[in-house]
Design a binder for this molecule. Structure first.
Ligand SMILES: [Mg+2]
Length: 247
């Protein structure tokens, strides 16, 4: 089903008097995608609306960014914050990944020498290769993937012009959402994301979860969509207005 969220009032109507929890991805969802990922921030209006929503109901963020990076970009209080594609969350500890530290350090160093064209973003665990600013990246990406596929201890998550190189563990954004659903049996969740990594949440079949994609895509498992990233502001305003009406 691919419904523009505005045409989905029935979803909202069944949620009256229910505990609600809104969970967002960051890049491409709350913040516009920019060519330099270091410069990705929410528009001030988005920031204000998110803060307002946080005063009405539970709000969280699950992102591919590391937790420390994410915290620099968000000023409002959140009920959940999860980084590095679910590897950092209240449901797991980074101590579990200490054994990988040296391996990733050396791997990143070796790749930097072999493939200086990529820009490298270190995560708390693992790292990300960015190729948004490389014009003919196909061959380069195939070569690096061929090399990385030889390591069974790695999990490679492809995103929008990025390759996330992480430990081969079951954690992803869907894993965190499953934990949230399990631990909050009375709560109804909304999850809003824009990328392939968000499909791990979109594909969860649970009547307490409404998934929303930024941008329509027939390949996506999300139930609803918002036309584009700018639409997040209207979505937030609508939700704030709706919650005010039912509280
Ligand atoms: Mg995203």
């Amino acid at each position: 089903m691919h419904l523009e969220y505005k045409k989905s009032q029935f979803f909202l109507c069944r949620l009256q008097k229910k505990k609600l929890f809104f969970v967002f991805d960051f890049d491409g969802t709350l913040a516009p995608i920019v060519s330099d990922p270091n410069k990705a921030y929410m528009r001030p209006v988005t920031q204000r609306l998110l803060e307002k929503l946080g005063k009405q109901t539970q709000v969280g963020i699950i992102s591919g960014r590391s937790l420390s990076d994410l915290k620099k970009r968000i000023t409002s209080k959140l009920d959940l914050i999860s980084g590095t594609h679910g590897l950092e969350s209240p449901f797991s500890t980074t101590k579990e990944y200490k054994e990988y530290e040296m391996f990733f350090k050396e791997l990143q160093k070796a790749l930097k020498e072999m493939f200086p064209e990529f820009s490298y973003e270190k995560k708390t665990i693992g790292f990300t290769l960015h190729y948004r600013n490389i014009q003919d990246y196909q061959e380069l990406v195939s070569s690096v993937l061929e090399l990385l596929n030889a390591f069974p201890e790695l999990k490679i998550i492809k995103g929008k012009k990025v390759l996330n190189i992480l430990p081969n563990r079951p954690h992803n954004k869907g894993w965190v959402m499953q934990k949230l659903l399990e631990q909050n049996p009375e709560t109804y969740f909304f999850y809003i994301g824009d990328d392939t990594t968000d499909e791990d949440v979109f594909c969860i079949q649970d009547e307490r979860l409404v998934s929303i994609r930024i941008g329509k895509s027939i390949k996506s498992s999300a139930l609803l969509y918002i036309n584009n990233q700018k639409g997040i502001d209207n979505f937030l305003s609508d939700i704030i207005f709706f919650i005010k009406g039912i509280m």
